[in-house]
Ligand binder design. Structure first.
Ligand code: NDP
Length: 335
């Protein structure tokens, strides 16, 4: 019997803040798998801030989504039918073919994952690209050392929450920012960071950072940009490192905003500001998985997910990232 599969397509390139009208839900019929193919049923899919960049038709490190076509992104699914000797029915795989309920594949681009090690959805967060992003950012880009003072913005998000905990495991003093008291309480009580700043309540961000880390910041893990970067630059210690991971505060601006206004501090304080893209660092995946699975087994890492149900709610989940709706990884449960 042919399978009916719902998928989310990009209807139009959004201008400024995207809204639900920029996406459409379509149903299509998939044929039976042919020799060499597998039929995958997606169970969870990821929504990520970087997808906003793919909704703008410009050249970047990944091509833009095509209007009228299904969007893409990380997903974890189960093999329903297999005519491919490399994959057995019931095995779980991560792919980049999210935003759809089912798909056919010849097996290329599928990564088998072990559901006995952790719940499968963890392969989209703590054991997936977001966990790896935090690991690469701190270990390779920041070259973080024991006992340093670390500031993480969007600290209760997917990348931020793992970055906070890796820095704690490395014996650092860690301060994080988030948008609510509930998120700050989670950061303090469960992730055991040293201080959490509710930036919505902060009168003066540079002052709040100075209060939280009076000796200054050795490593700033940047997820937000804009006034957060300026406030961090103000408080960096000499020879500090700024890990430019993301700048979500800028992703929906129609015109680029000038700044940071105090970038000259990078000279006087001899700072290193370095951007990175996680997918350039897949050589670190093995070391990351070894460390992360050990930390999980030793109960040194906690994580949370904010889960929307049903593929029709994938646009809502994506938009929620820009409204601070998630604690931990934002996911969509498809089945
Ligand atoms: P998150 O789980 O952190 O979700 C986004 C969070 O950002 C929200 O929950 C919200 O938390 C915060 N936020 C949203 N809008 C604003 C705003 N205007 N001002 C301040 N804070 C805001 O997402 P990810 O962990 O997936 O990604 C975090 C960052 O890392 C993003 O910038 C992303 O682009 C980047 N990234 C970079 C990668 C790379 O390879 N360089 C790979 C993966 C992610 P709150 O407001 O409560 O703090």
């Amino acid at each position: 019997m042919p399978i009916q599969s719902k998928e989310i397509r990009l209807k139009a390139y959004p201008k400024g803040y995207p809204n639900e009208e920029d996406f459409e839900l379509t149903t299509l019929e998939l044929p039976e798998p042919k020799k060499g193919e597998v039929l995958i049923k997606n169970l969870y899919m990821s929504v990520d801030p970087y997808m906003r960049g793919r909704m703008t038709p410009r050249k970047s490190y990944v091509p833009p989504f095509e209007v009228g076509k299904a969007m893409e992104g990380a997903a974890v699914g189960v093999v329903l039918k297999s005519l491919n000797p490399g994959l057995k029915e019931g095995e779980h795989v991560v792919s980049m073919l999210g935003f759809r309920e089912y798909f056919l594949s010849d097996g290329s681009g599928l990564l088998k994952v072990d559901p006995n090690l952790a719940p499968i959805e963890a392969y989209l967060g703590v054991l997936g690209m977001t966990g790896l992003t935090a690991y690469v950012g701190l270990k390779r880009v920041a070259e973080l050392k024991e006992n340093e003072r670390v500031l993480v913005s969007a600290a209760s998000g997917a990348v931020g929450s793992i970055a906070c905990q890796i820095a704690k495991i490395m014996g650092c003093t860690v301060v994080g920012t988030a948008s609510s008291d509930e998120k700050c309480a989670w950061l303090l009580n469960e992730l055991k960071i040293d201080k959490a700043i509710n930036y919505k309540k902060a009168q003066n961000l540079p002052h709040s950072f100075a209060e939280a880390l009076p000796e200054g910041i050795d490593v700033y893990f940047e997820n937000v940009g804009d006034v957060f970067l300026e406030a961090a630059l103000e408080n960096m210690r000499d020879f500090g490192r700024v890990v430019l991971c993301g700048m979500i505060a800028l992703y929906n601006l129609e015109d680029p905003k000038p700044g940071p206004s105090n970038l000259f501090l990078a000279i006087t304080k001899r700072l290193r500001l370095q951007g990175f893209i996680v997918s350039d660092n897949l050589d670190m995946r093995e070391a990351f998985l070894a460390d992360m699975t050990r930390w999980i087994q030793e109960d040194r890492i906690v994580w949370r997910e904010t889960v929307f149900g049903g593929i029709e709610n994938a646009p809502k989940a994506f938009l929620g990232l820009f409204d601070s709706e998630n604690i931990g990884k934002m996911l969509v449960k498809l089945a």
